[in-house]
Every structure is written in structure tokens, then in C-alpha cells.
Write a protein that binds this ligand. Sequence first.
Ligand code: 3H9
Length: 697
Amino acid sequence: MDPRVKVERRRAVALITLDNPPVNALSRGIAGAVIEAVKAAEADPALSAIVLTGAGKSFTGGADIREFGETPDPNEPDLRAMIRALEGAKKPVVAALRGNVLGGGLETALGCHWRLGTPEARYGFPEVKIGLLPGAGGTQRAPRLIGVAPALELCLSGEFIDSKRALSLGLIDREVAGDLLEEAVAWAAAKGGKADGVRRVRDMRVDTSGLAPGFFAAERAKLAAKTRGLMSPALIVDCLEIATQTPIDEGLARERDLFEQCRTSPQSRALIHVFFAERAAGKVKGVGPDTPAREIARAGVVGAGTMGGGIAMCFASAGIPVTLVEANEDALAHGLATIHKNYERSRLRGRLSEGEMHQRLARIAGSTALESLRDADVVIEAVFEELALKQEIFRKLGALCRKDAILATNTSTLDVDAIAAVTSRPERVVGTHFFSPANVMRLLETVRGAQTSPETLAAVLKLGRRIGKLPVVVGVCDGFVGNRMLYPYLRQAYFLIEEGALPEEVDRALVDFGLAMGPFAMNDLAGLDVGYRVRKAQAATRPKNWRYARLPDKLVEAGRFGQKNGRGWYRYEVACREPKPDAEVRDLILAESAALGIERRKVGEAEIIERCLFALINEGAKILEEGIAERASDIDLIWINGYGLPAWRGGPMFYADTLGLERVNGAVARYDEQFGEWWAPAPLLKRLTEAGKRFNG
Ligand code: 3H9
């Protein structure tokens, strides 16, 4: 017997336990072993029933995601065969559920005749998050057991529900607060030998009586906007509709075919890459499971502007008291009022109860004195992006904060080491680059300075996860990973409009590629003055005589700051964020092309995508080689979670891998020949191409 499937006898019941740490994934070989155990229990006259459970903290996290790239062996029993065996058993089969009951795990439970769950168990179909659909009967059995609408919601959202909700839906038969296995064995023994001891979900009818006419069409229409570019959500709706129209075996066969379509798609590969990338990002060189990571009980934020206010909200929302410091009363009052407004908006949208809103607000104290940060465990500075100003604040914080307090800067471009150097504790200084709006965006670029200690990093990683962020560790350089890659990307976008494209054409091509927003609309959202200041700061180090796009500066000098004053690359009507092409901008662009002596030409979508993205990838390769990012997948996460690249593309480095590095390298070399300067190929890109390798693994 496979050691990952254990069988023991408890009274007249066979107890089958899945034991495949850490999450009891249903890896290859397990299905066959479970089938064998079920057959043996059925054949044993001394046994009247079967209980299936998981060892450790979980039932099972589902199919083994690592195996999805492999071609299944047709001679090996798979998950579906295992579920058939459990469901088809003539003796009652009880699922004893705890911890994670997910994906193929929940489908397994649905194949059992009865389901008992502990209060902390969580149930869900997260397949959609990795570009799949429940492919072992979930889309056919769930609607039979709990109804079409709740089943669709579970499959489409990928969210987990708890035992209380599962019980109210009829997904489980009992919530067990006491000894799960004792109760499951007792339940199984009581059902054994009874006429109604076996209750199969497959025999249930799909109840469509409550469905509004046009239910599925309406669901499809809702999806179009919410899941742009994704393939599996629409197929999930198809599967649920099939469940209402066909006998179960036909439904299962159709579900299997659609699952295979998803499993073999580039999208699912990309999303699975992202799943593992997120787990890998938590493993940081020099920081091990034994590195002490102190708890943060009290936080401070310096600067109550958009970023500082958003960061304070992150703490308050995670239950951490925070003191927000501003230079003067007016600015502080304005910052606190904005926070209030933001929480109020969430409350009005039903995302936050009134009580919770007040609790969160009560966790935020305002002050105009840095001294009020004396007791903080961590202080995050989020003032204006100016080195001298930040250094002045760090000098003061270094002198007044507790010796063991962590001092973090929210700089998006500046040298963290130069900031750390003015304190007497550079080992406790770190960069925490939040993305705007800080209370919403998931990415936390965590900048490790030359002297940042592993303990500081461990504490910040833990804090980041606690406040719901995805921390990705990067090294110090101008712009770190995200913004440093943004420069070449934007530069190409600017060059393209000099050569013949218009902002709306560049944006459309990149949005069609899958980006949440094109570069020009993004510029307008961030504020054109922000990039203006960065470019001025970079002027001294920019190679002289290299091509430089003047248009972005000209716009700012003409008083166009983006959405904030209704005029940027686009124009915006009052209280409206929809970008409208502006004739004035078009004239500026045409005049600039003429001034540069460029004969404007038609720039195609393919060129837009290639030039913007390949410039980005080439820079990513340089970053990787310099060790600013530890692994290619960290870069992927940064661009997905901070810059709106769709997860289903897997991130820029993974996208390059899917295209084949030969193609990317070839194009970069061609552009280098044509334009030179900014297109200098990354040596790593060249080396990997020649070795036939990829960025990721
Ligand atoms: C499916 O079931 C398809 C079926 O419908 C049809 C088939 C025909 N496989 O996240 P953690 C690893 S699709 C392999 O840090 P947590 C994970 O990589 C599947 N490995 O822990 C990590 O490894 P490492 C549907 C898996 O407690 C370790 O376990 N199921 C799997 O924060 C710990 O993970 C899903 O999509 C897996 N299925 O969260 C569930 N799951 O230590 C995906 C985890 O080497 N999993 N690992 O880095 C999750 O959502 C979370 O991992 C879970 C635990 C909630 C289970």
C-alpha cells in the first residue's frame, strides 16, 4: 500500500487517511491506493462503513498542481476514478473534513455519501485562480447538492467558505466541534447496513425552479467585464449550464473535456507559475524559518499624504494601532479626513460595517510631533520624494525612536543606503515601497539595503503578510525593480508617439494585450509632474546625446498634470476619469515630430507591444543579472501586482519564456542595430538564449 494512504480499523469502520504533507495534495499514485482501500473495505464482511479523512491539519488542498504540466498516464487511476469508487461504494462513505477542503479535495468530499466538518474547515473551488475549472465532478455534483447559483458562485469566485456557511448550503451534513474522527466513525457505523445509509449526490436532481429566465446569459454578461482575457470563467458557466441540461455522466464527460482545454492552455500555465512564484517570494536569501521576526504591536507613519494615509489604513485595517504624523495641523486634518472618507466609501459599498469602520478609525492617532513615535515598533516614512528631506527625518527618527524599532522608507526611487547611513542603526533600516492606492494595491516592494539585517527583513515580511500585502524583496538601485523597468517601457511609448502613434493607440494596444491600463492613461493617473521630477533628477546621470523624449516634459510645462487637473495626455471632464483624446495634445505631438524631422508613419499594434514589452524584459534581465531581484518570478510578481500586467500572462519574464528567449533576444538585437543606445542587449538574455534556457527555471 502507498505510504501516503493509511488504513486502520475503528470499530466496524475502515478509516482511510490521506497523508501527503504539507497539504495532502492528491498526487499521482494516491487515487490508486484509495481505490484499493475502498475495495478492500467493501470486501471485508467485518466492516460496515468507510471514513475518509486527511492527516495533520487538512483534508486535502486538491489535485497536485505540480503535476499539471505532465501528460497523464491513461493506465493509472486518476482522481475521477477515485471519486467514482468512493461514490459507487455499497457501504456508506463519510468524509471527515478539517482545514483545507479545496478543489479536487472538495470534489472528493462530494463523491462521498456524507460530509462532516470541523468549525475551522474551509471549503472552496480555487481552480479558477489557476486558470482551471473543477474537473473532477465539482461543476456537476455541487449544483445537485447545493443548488445552481451557490455552486456557480463557489466555482467562479474561487473563495473559501466556512463550515457554518457550508452547513447552511447543505454542502456538509454536520459541523463537529468535538472529536472529528470519533463522530465520523460513529456516524458511519450508524449508517452502515441501513437502507438509506448510502446517499449519492449523483442521484440528486438539479433544481432549476428558482433560476430566473436567462440566468446563464446574465452571468456571462457579468463576466465579460470582470474577467477580461480569462478563459476558464466562461467555461465554468458552460459547465454549470450543462449540469442543468444533461444526465450526470454526460455532464462529467463534458466537464472533463473543458477542464483539459484549460489545463493545456498557456493561461493556466502562467497562473500556476504565479501561484508558485508567490510561495517562492517568501523564501529570501539569508532569511530562514529560524530567523527571529519580531511582532509589530504599534506602528508610526510620517506623512499624511495619499501614500502615508493609505499606509496608515493598512495598519488600522489589520488591527495594528498607528500614529500618523504630519508637519502641521492643516495637513494632518486633511490626511485624517481623507482616511475617514475612504473608510466611509467602503462602508457605503457594504464592504465594511459601521462598527468595524469606527474601530479602524479609532486605531489611527494623529500628531504633529515626531516624538509621538517614540514607542513604535516600526515607523514608515512617506514624505515627499526628496533625499535631503528623508534624511532629515531619518536622522531625527534614529535619535528618538526605540533602539530596536524598524525604520522604513516608502521611497520609490531613492537610495535606501543613503537614507540608512544617517541613522546609527542601518541594520534596522529597510525600504517598504507601497503602491498607490496603498490600502488597495497588494504589492510591497521590500528593499533590502546593504546593511539591512535578516531579522529586520523577516519582521517586515511577516508584517507585510499580516497587513494583506505580497512582499517581494529587491535590492537597491534607481527605481528598484518596478520603476526601473518602467523607465524603458515608458521611454518606448514616448518614442512611438514621436514616430507616428497617438497615445490612445499605444494604450489600446497594451490594454488589448491584457494590461489594466496603457502607459499614457497610467501617467495621467499617477500625475505627470511625478515623472517630470524623476526625469529632472536623472538628468545628470543620463547618457548625453542619447535620444530623449521631450514631450512628457512639454506637457507638464504647458500645465498638464494628468487627471488631477483634468488635462494630461488626455482630457478629463469634471468628476470623470474616462480619458478623452485631446486635439491640443495631438497638435503638440505632431509639432514635436516635425521639429525632430521625423516623418510620421503608421505604427502597428505588434510593434507597440514588442517595443514596450521587450524593452521592459531586457531591463528585467539586467536587474536579474545584477542580483537586484533574487529570481525571475519575483520580477513577474512585481509587474503583475504593482503595474497591472495580467496574471494570466505570467509576468514579463514568464511571457518572454513563453515566446521563447530566442525571439526576444533576436528582436532586442535588431532594435539595438536600428536604434542603438537604450537597446543594449542584456548579457543574461543573450547567454540564456544561447544555452537554450529560460528566465524561470
Ligand atoms: C484541482 O484540484 C483540479 C481538480 O478540480 C480536477 C483534477 C482532475 N498541489 O500556500 P501554502 C504547496 S486544482 C501541490 O504556503 P497555506 C505549496 O506550493 C487544485 N502543492 O500554505 C507550498 O509548498 P512549499 C485546486 C501544493 O497554508 C505548500 O504546499 N487547489 C498545493 O498558506 C504550502 O502551501 C488549489 O488550487 C497543491 N494543490 O495555504 C489549492 N497546494 O512549502 C492551492 C499547496 O514548497 N493551494 N501546495 O512552498 C492553496 O490555495 C494553498 O496552498 C492552501 C494552503 C490554502 C491549500
